[in-house]
Design a protein around this ligand. Structure first.
Ligand code: AMP
Ligand code: MN
Ligand code: MN
Ligand code: MN
Length: 281
């Protein structure tokens, strides 16, 4: 029987709903064998999650999901098997988190202009454990009755061109990959199908990512369609990159997919874990 890997998930240290310990329990309940916690720009949940995983007999991978700006677009780079104490990674993430506070103030100012008051304080009420991000604004806007659900609140207020969107410069692709690889980790391009890049830019991105030391791309993820599994398996093969999989679970109502339900990687993929000791147990 093959092991179930879930190498992309979120706790309330970033924009998930469950605490790190609850997330690990949830993974165990859904039969995940190897779990990575990959909170946005924050590694604050790893220690607790790792010890809960040990208690429950689940294999745990230290992870992070780093926000990057590449050609004026936001990309996410997942780091697996990172060392959260590696100074460049630690200070790099600290600086992204500081930027998130400035950005949040900018988002609130944009919302104020369309008559929505108090969203900064409102959003921070949902962001008590770690980073502040768009989901915390979304939750405030839904709970205060301004929008009916997360999906519509993003569409109306929080995406590019909408009042609560604030243009922000994240880390460079080079820095993000260097921090991850420098800490002993593996850099993975998260959900490439979400960026709407077009073929030429996707080829440029993958070429650059690999040259910088990137090792894998997510092929099977909660945010890809079945057709995209096949498409990105081909890209991985074309570039000699390994393939990763993860639910990108955020919690009930917020998740793209439930844990433990992902299909297997297409057979032409080399799994990112193919030479990991976790794959042998
Ligand atoms: P941020 O890093 O603050 O820009 O927030 C990005 C996060 O918002 C993503 O990781 C998702 O969890 C969430 N998100 C982005 N777009 C949507 C959407 N259309 N509906 C629900 N959640 C979304
Ligand atoms: Mn998220
Ligand atoms: Mn992401
Ligand atoms: Mn994610």
């Amino acid at each position: 029987m093959s092991l179930i890997f879930d190498l992309h998930s979120h706790s309330n240290i970033s924009d998930g709903l469950l605490s790190p310990a609850e997330l690990v329990e949830h993974a165990a309940m859904h039969n995940v064998d190897v779990l990575a916690l990959t909170d946005h720009d924050d590694t604050g949940g790893l220690e607790v999650a790792a010890s809960e995983a040990k208690r429950l007999g689940l294999q745990f991978i230290n992870g992070v999901e780093i926000s990057v700006t590449w050609k004026k677009r936001t990309l996410h780079i997942v780091g697996l098997k990172i060392d959260p104490q590696h100074p460049p990674l630690k200070f790099g993430l600290e600086s992204i988190r500081a930027g998130r506070h400035t950005r949040a103030a900018g988002m609130a100012a944009g919302l104020e202009k369309v008559g929505i008051k108090g969203s900064l304080e409102g959003a921070y009420q949902y962001a008590t454990e770690g980073i502040i991000g768009r989901i915390h604004f979304a939750r405030f806007l839904v709970d205060s009755g301004i929008s009916k659900d997360t999906k519509s609140v993003f569409k109306k207020y929080l995406v590019k061109g909408k009042p609560g969107y604030f243009e922000h410069q994240w880390a460079s692709l080079e820095d993000a990959v260097n921090w991850i690889v420098g800490s002993g980790g593996v850099a993975v391009l998260a959900h490439p199908g979400r960026y709407d890049l077009g073929r030429i830019n996707m080829l440029l991105l993958l070429n650059e990512f690999r040259a910088l030391g990137g090792a894998a791309i997510e092929v099977v993820t909660g945010s890809h369609t079945g057709a995209q599994y096949v498409e990105y398996a081909k890209y991985a093969q074309l570039f000699g990159l390994k393939s990763s999989q993860g639910s990108d679970y955020h919690g009930k109502g917020l998740s793209f997919m439930e844990m433990g339900r992902l299909p297997m990687l297409p057979s032409n993929c080399v799994p990112v874990w193919h030479d990991w000791p976790e794959a042998l147990l």
